[in-house]
Design a protein around this ligand. Sequence first.
Ligand code: ATP
Length: 345
Amino acid sequence: MPPSEPNKSAINDSVIKVNDVHMHFRRTSALQGVNLTIEQGTVFALLGENGAGKTTLIRILTGFQMPTSGSVTVCGLHPAEKPDAVRRQIGYVSDAPSLYPWMTVDQIGGFAASLYDQDFLPRFRSSIADYAIDAHQKIKHLSKGQRAKVALSLALAHDPSLLILDEPTSGLDPKVRKSFLESMIDRAATGQTVFLSSHQISEVERVADRVAILHHGKIVLDGTLEDIRQSVFHIIVEVDDPLRALPALPSPAVTLSEETRGRSRQWLVRNVDSAMISHLRSRDGVTQVHQRTATLEETFVAYTSSAGDLGKPPAPPNDDDGHDPNQPDDPNAPLTSKRTHEVVS
Ligand SMILES: Nc1ncnc2c1ncn2[C@@H]1O[C@H](COP(=O)(O)OP(=O)(O)OP(=O)(O)O)[C@@H](O)[C@H]1O
């Protein structure tokens, strides 16, 4: 097989593999030991606050950035070695798509079509027509949302098996946003893979099969949406006296956040089980215990708050060659939905 050909068995297995990737810039450790494996046919969403490292990871996946250390394969290819081959395999929309402003929409389609097969241009034109964009308009005269639609049309016109989208819906109006996200689900249903980064938690909740949270360059949570929903609980304990002490939940429960409001203690907890809830109910002074599954937004906020040891601020490299001497933590222990499921059922 020629070296630039994708490895088909790798496509069938994992479309993206990220192995212990570190990325150090002069003043920042943008990625600190990131590991990810993404299977074919998944809509995968990478969530993270501003500066978490999402774009850096996407730039590494698309061959625009060499990691400081670690390895990556995309469709069986190494983006650092074969960036052009990787980019031919994938559809990619960056968070700031650069489109030649002096070209018309149709000219930019024709220009990109020269890199792909004959189906590219008809697909591109049909997508532009669906978005009701005038193909004779110059890019510089389009609105931000219209440019986003052109960038998406370019990314999709070669019908890639993997789409990598950095904040794909920013600039799109709610109607287009909704139909675009629905089209991502349709793509995954036909075996294509979608990797998207987003701040829009409610949107992610609608479309993603799998979610990872990147915090200060580390993956602090990675699981299927279903597992995450079944694993993190919001617990409210009412006590008779605001000063009453309550015990911490025993291991393997992990308290992600806690808040006291008068007689009410609110916890966001992972790996809680029904025995722990019964134990809490039986404590002296506990008048009521309510529990429900946490929303993805509550989980995101808990995992990205700097409190506790769930995520640590980045440590700048302190050796000469820029390598981080710190050992990566393992805050991403597997989710234990089985245990927590007992609480729901
Ligand atoms: N070329 C660069 N040189 C130096 N620092 C950089 C460079 N690119 C990114 N960084 C830093 O790396 C960190 C991660 O940036 P990145 O753009 O990956 O975050 P992000 O999660 O995509 O943020 P946002 O949601 O705001 O787009 C930031 O602290 C940023 O300043």
